[in-house]
Design a protein around this ligand. Structure first.
Ligand code: PEP
Length: 256
C-alpha cells in the first residue's frame, strides 16, 4: 500500500528557534535538506514561526522544499492586530498551513467556526491545510477518542462539502498526551483511530485528496515502528525536527 504513496514529513518548529537561530539553521542545512528530499523522495515541509517565514521562503526558493505556516487568521484582512492573513502566506510562498494545532486551540480558544473560516481562507488563496486532531489524556483513558476525532473533523467536512474544486488536505492525528511527552500509543491503537479518520473522510475522497500524518513525540527510533501504520503517509514532527540529523533519520525511516 505504501509503495505508491507520496510521503511527507512536516517540520513544525513551533517557537523553538529565535529568528536568528532559524536563519542559521536554514543557512546551514538547506542544501542537505534538498539532498535528503532528492534521495528519499519524501516531500519535506518546513514550518518556521511567522517572523522567519519570508526569509526562509527566500532561502528555499532555490530548492523544492515546501514552506508551511504554523497558523493563519480566520479573517481575510482588516483590524486584526498580530494576525497573519492567508493571502500574505500565499504571497510569501507558503503552500501549507497548520490549522487546529492543540497548542493553538488551547491558547486561542478556537471554535469550530473559527477553524472553518481559517480553512476557507486557505483554500481561497490556494494553500492546503495541515488539519490537526487528537484526543486529550482523559479522553484516551475514557475511551472516547473516536467520538472526539469525529467531532473535530466536522468543521473540515463542512468546508469540503462547499468546495467545487478538488483540494488537498493533510490531516495530522496527534494525541495530545503524546505531544512533547515522549509517550506514544501502540500501533494497534493508532491504526484504529486512523481508521476512524479514513472512514469519516471517505465520502469526500472522490473529490479531494487526503494525506494522513501521525504526530506526537516522533523520534528517530519510534518512527520505524510508527511507519508500519498502514494508513499514514508521513509524520508531523515537533521538537525532533529542529535537529537536522534526527529529522534526516525520521525522513529516511519512511522508506520501504
Ligand atoms: C507537534 O506539536 O506538532 C508535535 C508533533 O510535537 P512533538 O513532536 O514535539 O511531540
Amino acid at each position: 500500500m505504501k509503495q505508491n504513496v507520496q510521503r511527507f514529513v512536516v517540520a513544525n518548529w513551533k517557537m523553538y528557534f529565535s529568528h536568528a537561530q532559524a536563519l542559521n539553521w536554514i543557512e546551514k542545512n538547506s542544501k542537505m535538506l534538498q539532498e535528503l528530499q532528492n534521495e528519499s523522495n519524501v516531500s519535506i515541509i518546513v514550518c518556521p514561526s511567522a517572523d522567519s517565514l519570508s526569509y526562509i521562503a527566500h532561502k528555499l526558493k532555490q530548492t523544492t522544499i515546501m514552506l508551511g505556516s504554523q497558523n493563519c487568521s480566520a479573517h481575510e484582512n482588516g483590524a486584526y492586530t498580530g494576525q497573519i492573513a492567508a493571502q500574505s502566506l500565499s504571497e510569501i510562498g507558503c503552500k501549507w498551513c497548520i490549522i487546529g494545532h492543540s497548542e493553538v486551540r488551547t491558547a486561542c480558544d478556537e471554535t469550530d467556526l473559527v477553524l472553518q473560516s481559517k480553512i476557507e481562507r486557505l483554500f481561497e488563496h490556494h494553500l492546503s491545510p495541515i488539519f490537526c486532531v487528537g484526543e486529550k489524556q482523559e479522553e484516551y483513558q475514557h475511551k472516547t477518542a473516536q467520538k472526539k476525532l469525529k467531532e473535530q473533523l466536522a468543521p473540515l467536512q463542512r468546508v469540503l462539502e462547499r468546495q467545487h474544486q478538488s483540494k488537498t488536505v493533510a490531516i495530522a492525528y496527534e494525541p495530545l498526551w503524546s505531544i512533547g511527552t515522549g509517550k506514544v500509543a501502540s500501533n494497534d491503537y493508532l491504526q484504529e483511530l486512523f481508521g476512524i479518520i479514513e472512514q469519516s473522510m471517505e465520502p469526500y475522497q472522490k473529490q479531494h485528496s487526503f494525506v494522513l500524518l501521525y504526530g506526537g513525540s516522533v523520534d528517530e527510533i519510534n518512527a520505524v515502528r510508527l511507519w508500519q501504520i498502514p494508513q499514514i503517509a508521513g509524520f508531523l514532527v515537533g521538537k525532533a525536527s529542529t535537529d537536522f540529523q534526527l529529522l534526516k533519520k525520521i525522513v529516511l525511516s519512511t522508506r520501504g
